[in-house]
Write a protein that binds this ligand. Sequence first.
Ligand code: SF4
Length: 458
Amino acid sequence: MLLRHTTAEIIERTALTVNPAKTCQPIGAMYAALGIHRCLPHSHGSQGCCAYHRSTLTRHYKEPVMAGTSSFTEGASVFGGQANLVQAIHNMFTIYEPDVIAVHTTCLSETIGDDIPQIIAKARDEGKIPPGKYVIHANTPSYVGSHVTGFANMVKAMVDYFATTEGRKEHRLNLIPGYVEPADMEELKRIVGELGIATIMFPDTSNVLNTPQTGRYAMYPPGGVKVADLQRLGTSVGTVALGRLASGSAARALDTKCKVPCEILDLPIGLKATDRFIDTLRQIAGVSVPDSLNLDRGRLLDVITDMHQYFFGRKVALAGDPDQLISLTEFLVDIDMWPIYIVTGTPGKKFESRIRELTKEVPYPVKVQAGGDMFLLHQWIKQEPVDLLIGNTYMKYISRDEDIPMVRFGFPILDRLGHVYFPTVGYRGGLRLLEQILDALLDRQDRDAPEESFELVM
Ligand code: SF4
């Protein structure tokens, strides 16, 4: 009963978050930066911030995550972090030899008001940035937004710093995958490969944070989008961006800067969102959908049909990131489950209206909150329980206290494996999600069934 102090009665809170449904901006910025080949992320703030960002990513991905820090102490807090950052840039290029240093700010350096472009220019003027090497930056004050905002800001920085047009166009698409797992990025590349479309995907954390054991440590794993490809983003004929919050700003910035038209879609999680993704690619690139993808779709449809009796009418509570929750809600409604409580820690009014639109057929009052927390979600559950929880590791406390089965989905997942290796995007990802949901529901049914109705075959 770790959450025994949660009450069913809701008292209005205006300046207090309890059990937030988000993490801090720089974590997302650091994750995005790791999707550039030979990039060393750098946290411009105190060592404590950097340790938190790194440990959260390391615990989620089960891989060592390297990053620099400006190591603010009292002096930098009073006089600003310029000297620390210039020294850090020099040290990192000298000792660790990255191709790119991706600087993100923290609450402290944002409050001081450090001007990062000016500091980068100073480092360049002083010869601290070797020829052919790059320093990029994103402002990531964590007292606004969430890790999703930080991810979006760093992806946009890739466009701001690298994209050029060179006055020519090549028959190729840019793909911005959104804040998804390395396995999801692999699956997205597989799908565009099946369609025969040439793409540049950025960022790309596949083969960076899901690398095989080789017995040798690699400071810079083989994956990640190359700088040369980032510099060619402006020559592509179009951009497909997945997830409005995580990818929309970079896609729009590329359109403004290099006149590359963009389509901003929902994350392809579930049947309909994947259909829209593949159909958009098909139309833009002028290709046909191959049998292999139709086969994947048919299998997903078959499982939905076979297992519908177990999904129908089950009430679900969701917590997580907005792009994921929008697609997941649509998927759950499509299989006749009823998502009735939906909370994201990332603020945004459009999220609530989109969820209301997607759940208008659900025969229950649906409660949705952007910028909410898991304490509120728990209070809703105490007032009217649900059959299933879907969310990150922190939801397990509610699951245990209320004895409700749970499926781990989203970020961070600190206490299980699998999320890094098995995609949830695309038709194959949909199969995995259904498998997890069905297992959770039927394991509970088996546990609670009286002996006379304990079935061998469901
Ligand atoms: S102080 Fe701000 S940037 Fe640092 S860990 Fe906390 S929320 Fe994140």
